[in-house]
Ligand binder design. Sequence first.
Ligand code: SF4
Ligand code: SF4
Length: 409
Amino acid sequence: MESPVNAVAIEKVVAGDVRAAVFAALEAVQADRLMVRKGMIVLLKPNVLMAKPPDQAATTHPAVVRAVIHWVKQFEPSKIFVADSSNGISPGNTRRALKASGIQAVCDEERVVATGFEETPRRVYKVPGPLILKEVLSSSLLGEADLVINLPKIKTHGQCTLTCAIKNMFGTVIIGNKSKIHARFPTQGQFSSALADIYSAFRPQLTVVDGTLCQEGKGPASGDVVKLDLILAGRDPVALDTTVCAIIGLDPEKVAHLRMAREKGLGTMDLSRVRFPARQVGEVRRPFKIPRTAMVPFRVPQSVTDYLSGEIFRATVSFRKDKCVRCGTCWQNCPTQAITPPLQSQEGHTPAWIKSKCIACYCCAETCPHDAVNFRINIPGNLFTTWIGPSAVLLLGLLAWLIARLVMG
Ligand code: SF4
Ligand code: SF4
């Protein structure tokens, strides 16, 4: 029999029947082989990024969570947990997001436990073969579960270009500690290595990708919604994310955390080695608007990418006067204190951004509840301030010195 390990099932949601698509995808990758006995403890890890309703596609759709719960229940588990840690720093954020996303209601109806990881006991997990991060502080639930099922959502991402299977496990980091990881690993290469390390600390045995309603463009919080109507399932997260890249028209080699995950041996980016037992990529391809903020548009070594994305492709953050209500979420969540409150509280005054402190982590855009944060890349401007300006000042200084020498004899 062919191995289910390198299989990626792509199923289309037909006539809104998410359950049928989830069941078909799981059958195609022989996921039942993972349910080895009755009485297992199963942990589902959806994307519960922030308090937004399902139609805004920021969080895993509750219909996908419900379908996976139904599938797991067939095998008579002793307990099913649905857990995540949302963005931001305020305790209670995940609970609010669980409610707004519709996941809490599904869990209540299905009589399974929905919780924020921050509401559970903590445990430190060692990272095997760390690239940059040796340990992760997370919930004891992850260690107690017999089976962890990752339930990511397909979204483009301003900082990481794509969020799906690998990036979703960043949500295992307890609220408040995510910003510390951003601050500790400010470059794209460092943060991407940390993402691969965090994934490897938990390594979910199974992934079901929510590709029903997705986000393109300004994801992961306020992108444009795309009704893709797909469910993907598999055991290899790198193959799954690479397949998603192929579907949405994104070069997977430009997704740094995917390369890091491959480097760690978490899976393959070579789709010729992946079996597609359901639909083929070509049948469901739908190019997405890819955010330019994080991506150097050519393949270069990571160190060069880090330099260029920190200088020439560096994003400028601004705040929309028509949307900002001066709620403070962005400056409270900025890991490097690159945002300060507006000097005046009246309408029309927005927070201030300190370019020299910004690490382009996207936390402000992800946490702003009013979609008031804009990212823009001004390449000519960056070129001037980084290279042309200082060179011109140097040349002018040299010229002035030469002229002075000539005049003074
Ligand atoms: S930009 Fe958003 S998060 Fe920041 S103060 Fe304005 S509304 Fe609040
Ligand atoms: S200003 Fe925004 S993008 Fe820059 S470091 Fe702060 S939160 Fe991150």
